[in-house]
Design a protein around this ligand. Structure first.
Ligand code: NAX
Ligand code: K
Length: 497
């Protein structure tokens, strides 16, 4: 599913109306009908809070339909003296003809009536601002939003919770806390910013029937992962053998950390990598030999390590490494001895943040970096807060700067090659446990091993990882990396072409 900025949405709408000749009020009515699907038919008392633009126009259209359905509807127009948009006026005039209850909020005392109506209502329809919100709100609007948040039982926001900047998710003073947001035609970019989930509630996207030719013209190449994850895993040919599914090397683990190496290697095995070799620290070799039945084991000092890197179809490096000089040596060895795709995770990324030059000069864009926000911040030399505030931009800029694929982990993981951006929608806090990142590295590596290009493998790997977690969390309070590993091959069947 496409994700758009308010600017792109405006251009798309403009072209449909002014270029293709679509009637703007008909388009608004399409929005109204689709929003109506999300109003609980059992609710009787409904308050509709409007601003003065087309978001308000949508809300007034919804009010009209609710009155026709014999609901008790109280409409509040919060324009603060501004002129209403043309289609907003059209809906308001129809409502006046229907003798609807319409009040204008002009001064602070008018808020008493709003507060009382909201507290007596079952649901509030929020049509204050949508994609048009562009500046900080004054106290007139922040007070209204506070009223909604204080007195409402349930809020349905139209397009965007009012108060959230549609482009960057910034809260422009105050923001409606919706239970559900009905986004029109596309996801808005703000939904995937750090704090958006605290305000949007459940997000549903409703089509306005805008033709693809128009939306493709203003494609900003930002999508949710489900755009490409369906059926992209190649079917396994019955005559294939282990060589068909690739040779994978996992360089992971140190004297200090053992679990990570095991999880990453086992995840790659279970994802279907043909031949997996785990290179690890000398001390770990005997332990891993007893734990990993299906993988070969060597140590970093072994001359076989470089040989196997050279022969590999993919190398993963980083889980359970330490951020010391011996890790730098391992990272260098991996980069200088391979032309195949590499997935760098954890301390390998920390090492690389001080040696970015190692990433430059590759023929193909086939290095994947999978930082969590802390690693991303270190890599970019900024704060974690900066990363969280600008996840998409920071991931994209780093991908461009390093010529790598960036998988910025966290809620709504961002995957980008610097041009296209995919935002993952699977996964939840039930998966917040140690080893999950190592498991993801193993899955992405296992997919690349089987021939998927590194970018698609990253998008699909992140999606599957979260998808399994989501499925398991329906029956489990918390989900561990081992739980995921045990189910990978079962769930992968669903993604086969
Ligand atoms: N894009 C589309 O195809 C469609 C959009 N529709 C609706 O139209 C909405 C956008 O409507 P508008 O562009 O009229 O904008 P809004 O209704 O979101 O906002 C109204 C106006 O508020 C002003 N404004 C911005 N920041 C402000 C602030 N801090 N304080 C006071 N005023 C401020 C802006 O000038 C803006 O035009 C969408 O979110 C959606 O709900 C629908 O009617 C159907 C079609
Ligand atoms: K809204």
């Amino acid at each position: 599913m496409k994700i758009v900025t308010p600017d792109a949405m405006r251009k798309i709408e403009d072209e449909y109306i002014n270029g293709y000749g679509m009637d703007s009020f008909a388009l608004m009515e399409t929005a109204v009908i689709s929003i109506m699907k999300h109003v609980n038919i059992k609710d009787r008392n409904i308050v509709v809070v409007c601003g003065f633009g087309n978001n308000a126009g949508d809300a007034l259209g919804v009010a009209r339909h609710l009155i026709v359905l014999h609901k008790i509807v109280k409409i509040f127009i919060c324009s603060n003296g501004r002129e209403l948009s043309r289609d907003c006026i059209k809906n308001m005039n129809i409502l006046y003809k229907m003798n609807a209850s319409i009040e204008f909020i002009r001064k602070t005392e008018d808020l008493n009536s709003l507060n009382k109506s909201i507290s007596e209502s079952d649901v509030v329809i929020d049509g204050l601002f949508g994609t048009g919100l562009s500046r900080q709100l004054d106290t007139y609007y922040t007070d209204i939003i506070k009223s909604i948040n204080t007195y409402s039982k349930y809020v349905l926001s139209i397009d965007i919770p009012s108060g959230m900047n549609g482009e960057n998710g910034y809260i422009m003073g105050e923001c409606v806390k919706a239970n559900k947001t009905v986004a029109l035609q596309f996801y808005k970019k703000c939904f995937f910013c750090d704090k958006a989930k605290n305000y949007t509630g459940d997000v549903v996207v409703e089509s306005l029937g805008i033709p693809k030719e128009i939306s493709e013209k203003y494609d900003e190449k930002v999508y949710t992962s489900d755009e490409i994850t369906d059926k992209i895993l190649p079917k396994r040919n019955k005559y294939s053998h282990k060589g068909t599914f690739g040779r994978t090397t996992i360089a992971a683990g140190s004297e200090k950390y053992t679990g990570a190496a095991y999880i990453a290697a086992q995840a790659a095995v279970k994802t279907g990598a043909g031949l997996v070799t785990l290179a690890t620290s000398k001390e770990q070799v005997p332990i891993m030999q007893s734990k990993l039945a299906e993988a070969m084991i060597c140590d970093y000092e072994d001359k076989y390590f470089v040989e196997i890197i050279k022969k590999s179809n993919v190398v993963a490096c980083g889980p359970g490494l330490d951020s010391n000089d011996s890790s730098l040596k391992i990272v260098e060895e991996v980069i200088t001895n391979s032309e195949c795709p590499i997935v760098f995770d954890a301390d390998a990324i920390n090492v690389l943040s001080a040696h970015k030059e190692l990433l430059f000069g590759r023929k193909e864009k086939n290095i994947v970096l999978t930082p969590h926000p802390g690693e991303m911040a270190r890599f970019c030399g900024c704060s974690i807060e900066d990363v969280n505030n600008k996840r998409i931009e920071i991931a994209k800029n780093t991908a461009i700067e390093t010529n790598c694929i960036i998988v910025l982990k966290g809620y709504n993981t961002v995957i980008t090659d610097g041009e296209k951006i995919f935002i993952n929608t699977t996964g939840s806090s039930a998966m917040a446990s140690g080893g999950m990142g190592d498991c993801l590295t193993g899955i992405v590596t296992g997919l690349i091993s089987q021939g998927l290009d590194p970018f698609k493998a990253s998008v699909l790997g992140v999606y599957i990882h979260g998808f399994i977690g989501d499925s398991l969390s329906k029956q489990m309070y918390s989900v561990t990396a081992t739980d995921i590993i045990n189910k990978i091959s079962l769930y992968l069947k669903e993604f086969e072409s």
